[in-house]
Design a protein around this ligand. Structure first.
Ligand code: PMT
Length: 229
């Protein structure tokens, strides 16, 4: 209650009346009943964005992969596991939202077959090959909609960060993209801090290293200014 009161009293409601759909966390792509392919996303960045947007008055729906974080105050949370489930959760709600932010680290590929029983180690082979198939690109599907919401993506990159981010901005038909250099120690995946460079058509802004909630507040304020110039 105290947290909610502080939100209401301190933040200017730049996003009052705006419906935001947001993805966060990793996805898990099952191999068998006990194993999966995933990544190091903790959900911290996405949950911080959800909290920051709620502070500014947005009605926030957070679709999240498996993470170990409490739901931010005032945020509606939908838990999913796989990229296919996240795709379904997003596409079934996208028509109701004004803003979409894709912060989730969605697995690009999933195992072609999910074994119904635990895969056993065999004595006769030291190698094992996995066959993978491409997952749907959720944010690209949002960007392709004729009546798309204002759409903000992330680009987690280890090299040529700006170049790849600008390519994703254009190819996925995004309004903004937050480039995240995940090669640097102490920021990005599973860290408490992060730094971003945000690009849009004709402009860019550097958001320097800060804790993820502070950074999320800066990013959400920037998005609000572009969404409602
Ligand atoms: O969760 P944390 O530990 O706090 O870490 C935060 C973070 C590093 C995960 C976050 O800041 C971040 O960079 N998120 C994007 C991670 C990512 O998968 O980026 P990408 O460059 O692979 O994807 C580009 C964009 O397409 C992203 O908006 C992603 O959500 C989206 N995407 C990707 C693949 C796919 N199948 N569907 C998608 O929607």
């Amino acid at each position: 209650l105290v947290e909610r009161c502080c939100q209401q009293l301190t933040a200017e409601p730049l996003l009052a009346g705006v419906k935001l759909l947001l993805t966060a966390g990793p996805t898990r792509e099952a191999l068998d009943p006990v194993r999966y392919i995933s990544n190091h996303s903790s959900g911290k960045m996405g949950f911080a964005l959800a909290a920051a947007a709620a502070e500014l008055g947005a009605a926030v729906t957070l679709v999240t992969g498996p993470v170990n974080l409490p739901t931010p105050v005032g945020v509606r949370r939908i838990d999913v596991e796989s990229a296919l489930q996240m795709h379904e959760a997003v596409m079934s709600r996208i028509g109701e939202c004004d803003l979409f932010i894709g912060c989730a680290a969605v697995a690009d590929y999933r195992p072609a077959q999910v074994a119904s029983q635990k895969i056993k180690k065999t004595g006769d082979n030291d190698q094992m090959a996995l066959s993978l198939v491409k997952n749907p690109d959720i944010i690209a599907a949002v960007g392709a909609l004729s009546d798309k919401p204002f759409t903000v993506g992330f680009a987690a990159e280890t090299v040529d960060v700006e170049q790849y981010a600008l390519d994703k901005l254009r190819r996925k038909r995004l309004d903004m993209i937050a480039a995240n250099d995940v090669s640097r120690a102490g920021q990005g995946f599973n860290a408490d801090d992060n730094a971003l460079t945000v690009f849009w058509q004709g402009g860019q802004a550097a958001l320097p290293l800060a804790d993820k909630l502070t950074l999320a507040r800066h990013l959400v304020a920037l998005i609000a200014r572009h969404y409602r110039p």
